[in-house]
Write a protein that binds this ligand. Structure first.
Ligand SMILES: NC(=O)c1ccc[n+]([C@@H]2O[C@H](COP(=O)([O-])OP(=O)(O)OC[C@H]3O[C@@H](n4cnc5c(N)ncnc54)[C@H](O)[C@@H]3O)[C@@H](O)[C@H]2O)c1
Ligand SMILES: O=c1ccn([C@@H]2O[C@H](COP(=O)(O)OP(=O)(O)O[C@H]3O[C@H](CO)[C@@H](O)[C@H](O)[C@H]3O)[C@@H](O)[C@H]2O)c(=O)[nH]1
Length: 331
């Protein structure tokens, strides 16, 4: 397929583009480099620098003749829980307004498929875990609310205009694959931050909240290997059907506390990792654990790398291999 990938200079988008190229697809990446880096664009992909909200119509075409693309994978977004509480406008504009423009360009160009990066943050604090797709959606932060609004917009476009659409609700993505991984200029995600402490690029890791109702008082998340996530995108592309918008949760199905993640990083690296207790981060839910049963049953998804130590180990190999290509080390 010929595929438009938004956000392909970011973490998940660059890994998914790598896997799409390995599978023989043609990939055009549009990224505005707001959080991504041009050096993350995989070899073999065409790269267009720009804001997809502004250039979607130009890239996808007017609809005269056959569509230029077989599908769009839309990773491009602002995606930080804490920041979204402080600067919600960045999330409503950068996620919702941008994606509405993309949806219009998809409609007018007749592009048949869309795979959208939704999130566990659409659910908010769950009544029960693991979280199934029919669970109530009550986001606890503007980031999750913006993604939920987009999911609703996609549903109505799909129903009215025949778009074959998938929203994949990722839980916490981690790990690396074939030279692609987390290498952000400003890093806020737990696993790369902890590993940067091991690399002595930071003094310590702050533990946000030690009074959550969990076994050790720290927040619980479900970490999914980015390669398993990429495999789910391939399945979603081929399973999508015109006029249907399907939603799938994607996680490993097991929850780990922040302290357990730090211990896993100490095990994998063999190095001590100083941790400092800190207040809760605004907008964080206590516990997020996925049920991926629907993706397993309906898409035939078979996650291969669900062991936390393996996920951390792949992230560690990637970060160590970056050397002076590390954007954090360069700052
Ligand atoms: N990382 C996770 O744990 C996680 C979990 C759930 C969902 N997601 C979703 O997955 C997607 C990718 O996340 P990530 O962790 O790779 O983030 P990231 O910040 O590493 O990558 C996002 C990329 O999108 C680009 N971008 C942002 N707005 C854009 C725009 N208007 N036009 C073009 N490019 C734009 C950025 O420059 C960046 O390269 C996001 O939609 C995020 O909400 C991520
Ligand atoms: O320095 C840090 C960074 C994070 N945390 C905690 O670690 C957990 C994981 O945090 P982080 O890695 O920032 O991920 P989340 O905030 O859970 O969000 C990620 O996972 C969500 C899905 O669960 C996605 O929607 C988001 O895009 C993605 O950033 C949370 O409890 C944080 O409070 C710390 O204690 N210290």
């Amino acid at each position: 397929m010929k595929l438009l990938v938004t956000g392909g200079a970011g973490y998940v988008g660059s890994v998914c583009s790598t896997v799409l190229l390995e599978q023989g697809h043609e990939v055009v990446i549009v990224d505005d480099l707001s959080t991504g880096n041009a050096d993350a664009v995989p070899a073999g992909a065409e790269f267009v620098e720009g804001d997809i909200g502004r250039i979607a119509a130009e890239v996808l075409g007017s609809g005269a003749g056959a569509p230029r693309f077989d599908g769009v994978l839309h990773f491009g977004a602002q995606s930080l829980v804490g920041e979204s509480v402080e600067v919600p406008e960045k999330y409503w504009q950068g996620n919702v307004v941008t994606t509405l423009a993309l949806l219009e360009a998809i409609r007018t160009s007749g592009t048949p498929r869309l795979v959208f990066s939704s999130t566990a943050a659409t659910y908010g604090e769950p009544d029960r875990v693991p979280i199934i797709e029919d669970a109530p959606t009550r986001p606890t932060n503007p980031y999750g609310a913006s993604k939920l609004a987009i999911d609703h917009a996609i549903s109505s476009y799909s129903r009215a205009h025949g778009l074959a659409a998938m929203s994949l609700r990722y839980f916490n993505v981690a790990g690396a694959y074939h030279g692609a991984g987390e290498n952000r200029v400003v890093e806020t995600h737990l696993i790369p931050l902890v590993l940067q402490v091991a690399l002595k690029q930071r003094d310590h890791i702050s533990v946000f909240g030690t009074d959550w109702p969990t076994k050790d008082g720290t927040a619980v998340r479900d970490y999914i290997h980015v390669k398993d996530l990429a495999d789910a995108h391939l399945l979603a592309l081929t399973s999508a059907r015109p006029g249907e918008h399907r939603i799938y949760n994607l996680g490993s199905g097991e929850g780990f506390t922040v302290r357990e993640v730090i211990s896993a990083c100490e095990r994998v690296t063999g190095l001590p990792i100083p941790a400092v207790d800190a207040p809760r981060r605004a907008g964080d839910p206590a516990v997020l654990i996925a049920s991926s049963r629907r993706a397993i049953d309906e898409l035939g998804w078979r996650p291969q790398h669900t062991d936390l130590d393996e996920i951390v180990s792949d992230a560690w190999d990637y970060l160590r291999g970056l050397g002076d290509r590390s954007h954090t080390a360069r700052r």
